[in-house]
Design a protein. Structure first.
Length: 56
């Protein structure tokens, strides 16, 4: 299943720069992952300082 970003997101952008398929973008209040583009590699989860990206 694709990753989703939880409410723990601090909008630092670390995950977006690590995504190899550019599935992460800045939303209204936090970053969001396009589930159709996500390849479930886990790079975002490995980079996030607060563990916001989680497998759905």
């Amino acid at each position: 299943m694709a990753y989703k970003i939880s409410e723990d997101c601090i909008s630092c952008g670390a995950c977006a720069s690590e995504c190899p398929v550019n599935a992460i973008s800045e939303g209204d209040s936090q970053y969001v992952i396009d589930e159709a583009t996500c390849i479930e590699c886990g790079a975002c989860a490995d980079t996030c300082p607060v563990g916001a990206p989680q497998q759905a």
